[in-house]
Design a protein around this ligand. Structure first.
Ligand SMILES: Cc1cc2nc3c(=O)[nH]c(=O)nc-3n(C[C@H](O)[C@H](O)[C@H](O)COP(=O)(O)O)c2cc1C
Length: 203
């Protein structure tokens, strides 16, 4: 099966697992192949913030998430935290864009400094060195000087920071609408069709 795009989606341990999971669902529905990377803290946050009963092993997680979000065979591929032989570890990867959603302050720091100590940090390092699209969705309040400096540094390197701060001008009444507000902005950034949100001035 040929997919229109391959996108790397990393979820790290900031609050807001729902943003990442909804984005995953939308990417799969938009006929993208998704390489999914979960940090250890992301797994904790998913289990804390959602009803999803995330299994322990990578194989079980891939099966469960594929079934939950209706992915085709091989459309959703999960890679382990030290799987240095996975496609995302190299500049030769076919993934055109990477999204870190949600992005923890810890991962932002590691990426801003090129630590590459796990596959998420390495994949982001690759995206930066290859000048590929890198979208970061931090969630913290307030931001420290360290967070702000790291975001500025990453922005100057070409990454785009899309903070998890939904607007309220559509008068949302459900959490799902707030989640979709951010996911719609991410899909716009990725250049993927979306009708999750009416566009400002176009209603
Ligand atoms: C339930 C929960 C919520 C958290 N929320 C945030 C958050 O909103 N922002 C953040 O930067 N870190 C948050 N953390 C802390 C990070 O998970 C922690 O710093 C972790 O080391 C990040 O590792 P990672 O970047 O590899 O996922 C949270 C942790 C837990 C367990």
């Amino acid at each position: 099966m040929d997919y229109q795009r391959t996108i790397t989606l990393a979820m790290t341990g900031a609050s807001g697992a729902q943003y990442g999971l909804r984005l995953l669902q939308c990417l799969l529905a938009a006929d993208c192949r998704v390489y999914l990377l979960l940090s250890r803290a992301a797994e904790v946050v998913i289990r804390t913030e959602t009803n999803l009963e995330l299994p322990e092993t990578l194989e079980e997680q891939q099966l469960m998430l594929s079934q939950t979000f209706g992915a085709e065979d091989e459309q959703l591929l999960l890679f382990g935290r030290e799987d240095w032989f996975s496609p995302v570890a190299s500049g030769s990867s076919s993934a055109s864009s990477m999204v870190i959603c949600p992005a923890s302050g810890g991962s932002l720091s590691a990426i801003a400094h090129g630590a590459s100590n796990n596959l998420i940090e390495r994949a982001a390092d690759v995206a930066l060195k290859e000048r590929r699209q890198l979208l970061l969705v931090p969630r913290e309040a307030p931001y420290s000087e360290i967070h702000l400096e790291n975001m500025l540094k990453l922005t100057r390197m070409g990454a785009v920071v899309v903070p998890a701060s939904p607007g309220f001008y559509m008068q949302p009444t459900r959490v799902e609408e707030l989640v979709d507000f951010i996911v719609a902005r991410l899909l716009d950034q990725l250049g993927l069709e979306q009708d999750l949100m009416p566009r400002w001035g176009e209603e």
